[in-house]
Design a protein around this ligand. Sequence first.
Ligand code: FAD
Ligand code: SF4
Length: 401
Amino acid sequence: MTSLQEPAKHLKAKAMKPGGRRPAKELCSECGLCDTYYIHYVKEACAFLNQQIAELEAEAHGRRRNLDNWDDVYFGVHQDMMQAKKKQPIEGAQWTGIVSTIAIEMLNRGLVEGVVCVQNSKEDRFQPQPVIARTPEEILAARVNKPTLSPNLSILEQIEQSNLKKLLVIGVGCQIQALRSVEKELGLEKLYVLGTPCVDNVTRAGLQKFLETTSKSPDTVVYYEFMQDFRVHFKHEDGSLETVPFFGLNTKELKNIFAPSCLSCFDYVNSLADLVVGYMGATFGWQWIVVRNETGQFMLDLVRDQLDTQPVIAQGNRKQAVQQSIPAYDKAVTLPMWAAKLMGVVIDKIGPRGLEYARFSIDSHFTRNYLYVKRNHPEKLDAHVPDFAKKIVEQYHLPNS
Ligand code: FAD
Ligand code: SF4
């Protein structure tokens, strides 16, 4: 046992220099842990060196996923799910600003002393700048996605140094997995975790390529999202909206932009957050809320009167579309724009909706990522792919090599 006088072991460790090759090598998602002395725990904590979702679920939520329950298999441990939107949306938020609103409410009520979130650099609206926000204005300045790998955990040393005891962390799956792993070492009295789903993230250079390949005006994009209507929606500086059908994306050009970490990730739904706010399990225009435990319920209740809510729905059948997407992705099939638009319209009318759309997206990404790990890191396949993901992938016929 460590005596009171003896400093914690990690204090003697040294953060890595910027640009240095990280322990997870090309699979590193730049979560930020290795930018701090908590690198001491990297072998255990890194989501790409030691996948331990089931063990951490049991610690964070009191139980693991029930693999006999398909909702658990897909969406993780949860006690409630719903669709929601803010009655008065926050201008400039990614969706309606539920994430920022919860964070502001927790700070205003004194439940936390700081909020880990991501602003952008002065020069570049998409360059992530993790901060510990101490005012509502600083939280609001972090609204909207920075759709790039973001070293959120690089602020971990500041927590200990500023003697913070009650903290809210906002983050995506790989960041939260490492955070949960070192949670006990942070000296906190209470940690709240507000997660978003995350998929297909890119480096800043990869994002530039995506914007230049896909949008008519890459320099004026302020926001984009892969929407439930099977189109990418780009919002521009002048408020105009540009939409591009998924099936018309230049797959050949774009196949290589996704970060290898994201091509080998199976924590799309942010399994270890107390509360998850996304959109993919909701119908168009609504956000999707997953309450994982009592802490998550408490956080949601703080803003409940500011939200319209409705139950989740599931319509359609995704299976055939997923099976067809597997060889199409491998062959980098791109449809001519007229056919892509037509296909988008048809699928939007008869395709999967609500939770079935979320399952469609999870299935397509997990089958692709399973093949990626099998082909590029076969020695990691068995331990790195969680059991719930194996169960999802087993529903489909995959190429042998
Ligand atoms: P806002 O109030 O606008 O707040 C957004 C919050 O996100 C801010 O607090 C900010 O700190 C944080 N943030 C921004 N960029 C990052 C980053 N790079 N890493 C960590 N935190 C960040 N939802 C889905 O349902 N399906 C998806 O496929 C999906 N992909 C996503 C990919 C990324 C990279 C991110 C960041 C989010 C993704 N989401 C996805 C979540 C969704 O896009 C919205 O962020 C979520 O619904 C919250 O919207 P909001 O209006 O409440 O957020
Ligand atoms: Fe370190 Fe995070 Fe990269 Fe893993 S993903 S090597 S913990 S910075």
